[in-house]
Write a protein that binds this ligand. Structure first.
Ligand SMILES: NC(=O)C1=CN([C@@H]2O[C@H](COP(=O)(O)OP(=O)(O)OC[C@H]3O[C@@H](n4cnc5c(N)ncnc54)[C@H](O)[C@@H]3O)[C@@H](O)[C@H]2O)C=CC1
Ligand SMILES: O=P(O)(O)OC[C@H]1O[C@](O)(CO)[C@@H](O)[C@@H]1O
Length: 366
């Protein structure tokens, strides 16, 4: 039997999924334009999040725990994690955080500490491990769900680096679960958000402006590719300067990502990759975090343009009365690099809406 992993999924809407996973297996397809391969993953179980006693017991007994619930939902796990930790009687626990969230370790630790209250000392034996979760997994279509609610399709990329320095216990030997200690883990976390997620979200928003519905179509549009490549190249150079990692190594990751975004067989949607622009445009997340990183190295121009594209996507989702404050806050973040940057942001915003002028955006980002 493999390691015991505590998992939980949200009640009600997830009940069907939990029931299907409770049958003990699910089908897992790896898809690419070169072909696809399907396997059955065995020895699986699931518990509804609302069955909190069962979740607590699972956390108390687990060899390790992993979360992948969405950054905003982490807080809902805190109480079950806290009670599960109490139930371990001091036995060390590692919690792998598979969320696109900067400083996910500090956020999760803070939430669980609050839930533990007077027992917060128990966190001495708990590792909150950042991960760099790069595998792209689209949302199955309604037809796919109707045929098999637990079926999932993924891209071939499968490496999962985690922050080994923060671990409290040895993690099981799982292929491609890679404990990184060669560089500060901040490099991997920043590379994920400010290179992968920045480029991906920009592809989604530009694709949306041009009427594309799938990411692969969007990135193959040369007008989109040029702007995404420019923003990702600025992030590449800035990451290399920030962490002393050779430029060629970071650039190889950029090129691999650009090629992976073009996986047609995955049918990843502009909607999924662009979802929740409010979170994506928050301080420290993929846009504003990337603008800060690139500005520190004088490389911010194409990223400021990217922020304007993201801002346009956000403003379209907000109530009209929320827009002025949101716009002012975002502009202020970009303007921290100086008045020329603020002017670039204003001009880029004009070039996005009401009509997207991608030539003008490319000029502004140079
Ligand atoms: N889909 C992808 O390609 C990747 C996603 N991520 C990150 O992984 C996380 C999950 O992403 P997805 O699987 O795409 O999202 P999703 O929305 O498809 O799945 C999230 C799951 O968490 C469950 N959940 C939410 N709140 C819960 C709670 N309080 N208790 C128990 N279960 C709860 C939901 O029922 C759902 O099954 C996000 O933070 C995302 O940024 C990271 C890399 C890859
Ligand atoms: O899950 P989020 O934070 O909304 O962002 C989506 C991004 O995360 C991933 O799902 C996983 O890296 C990417 O495919 C995509 O860029």
């Amino acid at each position: 039997m493999g390691p015991r992993v505590a998992g939980a999924a949200e009640a009600l809407s997830a009940a069907g999924l939990v029931a299907a996973l409770g049958s003990g297996s699910y089908r897992h397809a790896t898809v690419s334009d070169a072909g696809s391969e399907e396997v059955s993953v065995e020895n699986v179980d699931a518990i509804l999040g609302s069955r909190s006693e069962a979740v607590v017991d699972a956390v108390a007994a687990a060899d390790f725990v992993a979360t992948a619930v969405g950054a905003a939902n982490l807080r809902h796990l805190a109480s079950a994690l806290a009670d599960g930790i109490r139930g371990r009687s001091g036995r060390p626990l590692d919690v792998l955080l598979a969320e696109n969230l900067h400083d996910a370790d500090e956020v999760a630790r803070g939430l669980v500490a609050e839930a533990l209250g007077d027992d917060a000392h128990l966190l001495g034996e708990v590792g909150f491990l950042r991960t760099s979760i790069g595998r792209m997994i689209p949302v199955p279509t309604a037809e796919q769900r109707a045929a098999d609610v637990s079926w999932v399709a993924v891209e071939p990329y499968r490496e999962l680096p985690y922050d080994a320095a923060a671990a409290k216990a040895p993690l099981p030997d799982v292929p491609d679960l890679v404990g990184r200690t060669d560089l500060p883990f901040a490099f991997y976390a920043d590379r994920k958000l400010y290179l992968h997620n920045l480029g991906h979200a920009l592809t989604a928003y530009l694709g949306g402006l041009l009427g594309h519905t799938e990411i692969a179509e969007a990135i193959e549009d040369p007008r989109v590719h040029r702007l995404v490549n420019a923003a990702m190249s600025a992030a590449t150079q800035a990451l290399s300067c920030e962490y002393g990692e050779p430029l060629e190594a970071v650039a190889a990751n950029r090129d691999d990502l650009l090629a992976r975004f073009a996986n047609h067989a995955l049918h990843d949607s502009v909607e999924r990759v662009g979802r929740d622009p409010r979170r994506k445009l928050a301080p420290g997340d993929r846009f504003l975090g990337a603008v800060e990183l690139t500005a520190r190295h004088g490389l911010q121009a194409p990223v400021s343009v990217a922020v304007a594209v993201g801002t346009d996507a956000l403003l379209k989702e907000l109530d009209p009365n929320e827009r002025p404050n949101a716009l002012a806050a975002l502009r202020e973040r970009v303007a921290a690099a100086g008045p020329a940057e603020a002017a670039r942001f204003d001009a880029a915003l004009e070039a996005v809406s009401p009509v997207a002028d991608l030539e003008r955006l490319a000029e502004l980002g140079r």
